[in-house]
Design a protein around this ligand. Structure first.
Ligand code: SF4
Length: 233
């Protein structure tokens, strides 16, 4: 049976999708975002292996907390690197009547990903930057990848939340946030935009791993700035 390489599990999370959710963080990522707060998920070794059934048995224990809107979210790392495993988890969750949500960079697309999306109730799509140069420099892929992924979500009418990290001097300009809004408006599957403040609490993870935190010298955005940008959307 297929096994997934899992970085960690959060039994009851409230920030990764609607309602109260069981969040599964997958091990391994193909990108290297300058603001990433989970560099410990990057490597492909070091997680814990689980079968889909083992995960669903855990999720079921929390079912009573999910209410009408909660469920499971698979995040990472990048879940699309283990799309066959994620599909089996979601398929089994659907059989149990549990809502499924996928948090992804949308940078990988193949038949297995399409299958996974057939069992996904909502996608949290992280649009990292709004121009190709920054995407390549600070994330490690072309902007076309998430935009094409979004187009596909739109064609499948899969409810989508666009997420965008606000990093002072890099993504906190008005024009930048308006561009995010334009991308959302061009795809009717998007029913929500979430602007997330850049946070530096992960600095110690980088230090412990002897890795460079590329945006580590930049400040966190103020609450006023976040409010001002949220007003634009
Ligand atoms: S895609 Fe997510 S996990 Fe991967 S580097 Fe970017 S922020 Fe980190």
């Amino acid at each position: 049976m297929i096994k997934g390489n899992v970085h960690s599990i959060q039994s009851l999370g409230t920030v990764d999708g609607p309602g109260i959710r069981f969040v599964l963080f997958m091990q391994g990522c193909n990108l290297r975002c300058g603001f990433c707060h989970n560099p410990d998920t990057w490597g492909f070794v070091g997680g814990t292996e689980y079968t889909p059934q083992e995960i669903v048995d855990k999720v079921k224990r929390y079912k009573e907390y999910f209410g009408a809107t909660g469920g499971i979210t698979i995040s990472g790392g990048e879940p699309l690197l283990q799309s066959d495993f994620c599909r089996e988890v979601f398929e089994l969750c659907h059989k149990e009547g549990i809502n499924t949500c996928l948090d992804t960079s949308g940078s990988i697309f193949n038949d297995s990903v399409k299958e996974l999306l057939s069992h996904t109730d909502r996608v949290l799509l992280d649009v990292k930057f709004t121009n190709d140069a920054d995407y390549r420099e600070y994330a490690g892929c072309s902007i076309d990848k998430p935009l094409e992924f979004l187009k596909y979500l739109d064609s499948r009418k899969i409810p989508t939340t666009l997420r965008h990290v606000i990093v002072p001097t890099v993504t906190d300009g008005e024009e930048n946030v308006k561009k995010i809004k334009e991308i959302a408006n061009a795809n009717s599957c998007v029913d929500k935009i979430e602007l997330l403040p850049f946070r530096k609490i992960c600095q110690t993870k980088y230090d412990n791993m002897n890795l460079e935190f590329r945006f580590g010298d930049l400040p966190e955005p103020t609450q006023d700035k976040m409010q001002e940008l949220n007003n634009l959307i």
